[in-house]
Ligand binder design. Sequence first.
Ligand code: NAD
Ligand code: MG
Length: 338
Amino acid sequence: MSTDNETDLKRRSLLGGAGIGLAAAVAGPAFSSDSLTKGGAIPSAAPLVDPGTKYPQPPFQAQKQPWPGLASRMNPRPDHGETSYKGSGRLLGRRALITGGDSGMGRAAAIAYAREGADVAINYYPTEEPDAQEVAKLIRDAGRKAVLIPGDLRDADFCRKLVRDAVQALGGLDILVSNAGRQQQCESILDLTDDAFDQTIKTNIYAPFYIIKEALPHMPKGSSIIATTSEQAYDPSANLYDYAQTKAATMNFVKSLAKQLGPKGVRVNGVAPGPIWTPLQVSGGATMEKLEKFGATTPLGRPGQPAELAGIYVLLADNHGSYANGQIYGAAGGTGQP
Ligand code: NAD
Ligand code: MG
């Protein structure tokens, strides 16, 4: 019989010396007594990372792209989790449609969903084909089916066809991420044209309506709808008069639909990002002045990266999040609501 102290010492020597704290080793992700007895590699604990210095901080280089912009042309390139997101089978066999899946939050969700085991269809504007091809490769590299459906969401007929094509290609649909959005900043309502206003409303309010309506009959109980809203829904910027009200509408329809569809077994939730480093911001979404110091006023002192929101989109799609309905999950670096 050995004392607790002796056992502790033996385990420490097995772990390779006093350099590894036992508590940390036991808490390691894949630690098991098997890996000790069978001589397997002992994983080290994931290092703690300071969230403030984890990603690029302002000032950023001035940069401008024609709408809708490409992630591949941004400097620095956004992180969508390409090299970091690790799945664990949380969405095995699921079928997801993500609008705006070529870049930004949509791409981060697409990568994460595929690595969690889902087949993924993405929609994007045709000029975003280079970004979309990168995403398709990442989905296929994860061993899942990638379906690319380019087209303009300002067109109602296309929105409905998008859903039909996705359902056919995926063999069904159980996750819908209504994520695409249009944001073109404008300093004065006097300069905001009827056409610009119309385009924002069509993209951010009409398209989700057409898409959700077409998708619902295909979505069985247990399905999940996730919409990307914004901190702008709660605290609108002066130069985002049109965009901000569409994000308030998104937040609101999430809560309405959650009440309508909860009894039918379909959950509806939203994600409200703060300032995130995506093409939307460099293709007319922000002034150059704001872009150069993007994210500086948040308590983390930097913008978020799409990869930092991937886990939220997974949680809301996953069965483990089954009591989340009508909720808005924020990721804004310490400011904003909810
Ligand atoms: P993004 O530019 O990477 O994604 C937006 C996508 O919308 C584009 O990739 C494009 O594919 C799609 N889109 C826009 N208009 C379209 C159209 N007419 N037809 C087809 N596709 C169209 O930028 P993002 O920041 O990842 O944006 C994703 C969502 O996040 C948007 O709803 C946006 O409002 C929201 N959001 C972004 C931020 C931010 O700081 N980046 C903050 C809060 C909310
Ligand atoms: Mg894009």
